[in-house]
Each structure stands twice: as C-alpha cells, then as structure tokens.
Write a protein that binds this ligand. Sequence first.
Ligand SMILES: [Zn+2]
Length: 195
Amino acid sequence: MNKKYTPETSKEAARLHLTGLSTQQVADKMGISRTTIYKWIVKQGVLIRRPSANRYSPEFKAAAVQFYRDNLSTRDVAKKTGVGSRTVATWVSLAGATRSRSCSARHGEDAWNWKGGVTKRSKHPDNAEYRLWRATVFARDRWTCQNCGDVGGKLNAHHILAWAKYVSERYNPNNGITLCEPCHKQVRKRKKKIA
Ligand SMILES: [Zn+2]
C-alpha cells in the first residue's frame, strides 16, 4: 500500500537521509518508492547526497600532506597519491601546511580562498572544531558541489539543519553538505521562503 505524503512522513524520510541512509535505503525502510522518497526529501529543503561520494581516510590525507611538508610540490604529491593536484592543495591548505615557497601559490588565494568561504555574516566560530567539521564535509563530498556538481570553485559547507536552531547537530558531518557559492545562495534563499 502506498502511504500518502504528510509533513510527518516526509520529515521522517529527510531525517533518515540525514542520519546517513541513502535514498534507496530510506525507501526500503519506509516501504515507499525511491522516487517518492526523493521528492519528499527535496520538499523538506534537504539536499540529496550523491550515493557514490568516495571518501579519503584522514590517514590518507595526512600522508599526502606529509609528502608536501617533506618538500614535494602539490603536483608531485598528486602524482604520488593519484589525487588531483587541486585536491592536494586543498588538503594542504586545510591542514595549515604552508611553506614559504609554495608551488601551489598560484592556485592558493584565488581558487582556494577558504577563509573567504565563511562569510562575514556567518555565525560560525572559526575554531578547530568547526574547521574539522567543514574539512570532513568537503572531503566526504570530494570538494564537489553536491547540488550542481561543480568542482574547484569557492565552496561552502552548508548546515542542512540550521546552525542556530539545531545546536546538537552543529558538528555532525551528516548535517553538512558541500555547496558552491551560487548554489549556497540559492539554498539560503529557498530556506527563507520555506520558513
Ligand atoms: Zn553548485
């Protein structure tokens, strides 16, 4: 039997998706088709995670950053690890592993202006916990906007459940999603409309 859409059922679907279940797993659990689940989650203003987001382990990233600290260029680290050099540059930047003569300087401030990713009106403290949360979200999503698939632009880590309202979810990586700046602006607008 097909259940009808109610705010409760769609909230439940969104909640399950946020806890880490894929849309298919949510569909199986609730006995509802995946297409319907997908629509419900979108209706909740929650962005759908791509199922195939590969993850690099923290150890792997740490090893890549160490290569860089040992004086390899980001390009050499990229060759060694099979990771794109921009990604390496991002890890290096997130790890704060700066060198005086950086081969990635050209990419550095313009393409990967991470501090710029957090706007002035942001309420997030720029503390270690927040930076770790953001780094985890970016890494999980492979520095790819989860809305339009853009890679390499200025990225934001968006709190799906609002930072101000859901205190317990502030540093939950499942409550974060990587968005490029244009998509982030759109989502913020849409959320305001819903609220
Ligand atoms: Zn985007």
